[in-house]
Design a protein around this ligand. Structure first.
Ligand code: ATP
Ligand code: MG
Length: 579
């Protein structure tokens, strides 16, 4: 491709809307443009890069025997009602009506559609196992679309669904996808960690996420040197326990001491000896719920909604007004003699002689003890953070930021039962056992940039780069033009290396800056030395420059390309950092 024919609208300045490197660089290097919040147009370089990622994914999926299909983004309400998700999915689901008032959504995921397809088309045990996938556009009305392709309202996903006759079959399908995903992220040159994950709105009973390591990630990975690694939403840690003889319950004055910090310094007790009592209201359950945990812990909302079996948008902290209406006093609430549902974090029952709100204004209890003074449903509800203790090995846990680029789920019979997706056996009909597997294709594109850039721009790994080589004549005239044209034709036509020729009538400095920003892996500069048969050869990663003779350039280039191909980076880390 000749640069003069390519739409590459690079920008000098950082657009205001962008804060993280991938967002800034993909806009500046002319890979994409924003249409509206969370919705992007891919320009020629962006689309080509995205297609390279798709092809890495296709290759590994096909190797495992998965078959590609393509579904519509438009999905009828009826299928979502069958699975019970029309209500539960909440405001993230983009809903719309046709001219006959029939309701639809734009698919955020496709469990219902694939289950419906398979129940109609597959009847016999002999047709299983089956793994179908697609690479298709998804829609989610995210509360905060941001960071460019990281959290879009429209984004590209590879989603696949496996159908087996039994759990053993599912284990095999799941393992296959685990391996395929590991190969995919290795081949995308991503440094990543596989973590145990919560199953979220999709459901099911086991799940892993693939997290690309990055400071800009919105996910938190909790991990330990012993090999334990989990998404913070899922992570567990050892409960703290205080062993101390039970003391007499007393009520004490705590005037205006409403926060944990206030009470801690006023009564001179550590925060870990205070019970933090929070009141929530669930719109779905139409009830108030108190959650009690140690004063220096936070609530893991995902654990809470899982326990209550509701969606995230169906619960919120009660307002001061609501607390008043319950006859309680904000800052002085506690679980003793309370008429509402109480959930106690596991740590609360391993601690004794706690300070807690007395449900009287300006008063707290001291020496409150589980069962003697208060009760509730005991659940693991705390958010695990660095320095909590690993429940596998007893060492302190660590935490790290990550970008969720993929997630795999063992769904079991959740959808096949609710939607009657059965196979026929000698002894009748049985629900199929399902798995589902997603990769954020557009999010992977941004994640690769997050891990492959420097102060000059993007540095694409060879197998993902939109073009492998760019030839940059400092002036596109005379001998320079003649040589550049010849090399360009040779590389494209004889060597089948995707090459750009920068035939633009611009200053050399401008061209160099542009290609450093865009990040083409190999750059050949045809400059003043051409009369003496000398070229400048630049490798984008690390911006290593050297002079290479025209006689040697093809050999050198092909060697570099081959060796990068033969040694795909094995970047997967079993245990994070410290390695
Ligand atoms: P998140 O927790 O980041 O919102 P999710 O767990 O809801 O993601 P899944 O339902 O597991 O996402 O979707 C499969 C994959 O699609 C994710 O692993 C992620 O890579 C990608 N993805 C999900 N939501 C978005 C989004 N809004 N924009 C871009 N990619 C997304
Ligand atoms: Mg997920």
């Amino acid at each position: 491709m000749k640069a003069s024919n390519l739409l590459i609208p690079t920008l000098k300045e950082t657009p205001n809307e962008a804060v993280i490197p991938s967002h800034i660089l993909l806009l500046r290097a002319g890979f994409m443009r924003k249409l509206v919040a969370g919705v992007y147009t891919y320009l020629p370089l962006g689309l080509k890069t995205l297609q390279n990622i798709e092809n890495v994914i296709r290759k590994e999926m096909n190797k495992k025997g998965a078959q590609e299909i393509l579904c519509s983004a438009l999905q009828p309400k009826e299928l979502w009602q069958e699975s019970g998700r029309w209500e539960k999915y909440g405001p993230e689901l983009m809903r719309l009506k046709d001219r006959h008032n029939r309701e639809f959504c734009l698919g955020p995921t496709h469990e219902e559609i694939f289950t419906d397809l398979v129940r109609n088309e597959v009847k016999s045990k002999k047709q299983l196992p089956l793994n179908l996938y697609q690479i298709q556009t998804k829609y989610r009305d995210e509360m905060r679309p941001r960071f460019g392709l990281m959290r879009g309202r429209e984004f590209l996903m590879k989603d696949s669904y496996s159908f087996d006759i039994d759990e053993k079959g599912l284990d095999k399908s799941y393992q296959d996808m685990y391996e395929a995903y590991s190969n995919i992220f290795d081949n995308l040159s991503l440094k990543y960690q596989v973590v145990e994950a919560d199953t979220g709105a999709i459901g099911g009973n086991a799940s892993h996420q693939f997290m690309a390591l990055s400071e800009t990630g919105e996910s938190t990975i909790i991990y330990c040197n012993c090999g334990y690694a989990a998404d913070q939403e899922k992570a567990n840690s050892l409960s703290r326990s205080f062993e101390e003889g039970e003391k007499q319950l007393e009520i004490v004055e705590t005037p205006q001491q409403k926060t944990i910090e206030d009470v801690s310094s006023y009564l001179k007790v550590p925060q870990s000896k205070i019970a933090k009592s929070l009141i929530y209201y669930s719109f779905a359950l139409k009830e108030y719920i108190m959650v009690v945990l140690l004063g220096d812990r936070e609530v893991n909302l995902i654990k809470l909604i899982n326990h209550l079996d509701i969606a995230e948008h169906e619960i919120a902290l009660a307002s001061e007004q609501q607390i008043k209406e319950l006859g309680l006093f904000n800052g002085f609430v506690g679980p003793k003699d309370l008429k509402i549902r109480v959930i106690l974090d596991e740590e609360i029952i391993h601690s004794n002689n706690l300070v807690m709100g007395a449900n009287i204004e300006n008063k707290h209890f001291i020496n409150a003890n589980y069962q003697r003074d208060f009760e509730g449903e005991v659940v693991d509800i705390k958010l695990v953070e660095a320095n909590h203790i690993c429940s596998k090995c007893g060492q302190p846990l660590k935490q790290e930021k990550g970008i969720e680029v993929g997630q795999i789920f063992k769904l079991g019979k959740k959808y096949s039962k609710s939607m009657n997706c059965n196979y026929l056996d000698d002894d009748g009909l049985h629900p199929m056992v399902m798995g589902c597997y997603g990769i954020g294709v557009s999010r992977s594109l941004a994640s690769i940039v997050e891990q492959h850039y420097d102060s000059n721009g993007i540095s694409w790994p060879q197998q993902i780069a939109p073009y492998q080589v760019v030839i940059i004549p400092t002036i596109y005239e005379g001998l320079n033009k003649e040589y550049a044209d010849k090399l360009y034709n040779k590389l494209n036509k004889e060597y089948h290396i995707e090459t750009i020729l920068d035939d633009r009538d611009s200053k050399p400095g401008f061209k160099f800056k542009d290609w450093e920003l865009i990040g083409i892996p190999y750059q050949i500069i045809v400059g003043r030395g051409i009369g003496d048969g000398i070229l400048e050869y630049k490798i984008r990663e690390g911006l290593k420059k050297e002079e290479v003779r025209t006689d040697d350039i093809l050999k050198r280039l092909m060697e570099d390309i081959r060796s990068a191909k033969e040694k795909p980076e094995k970047r997967r880390k079993k245990v994070l950092l410290g390695e």
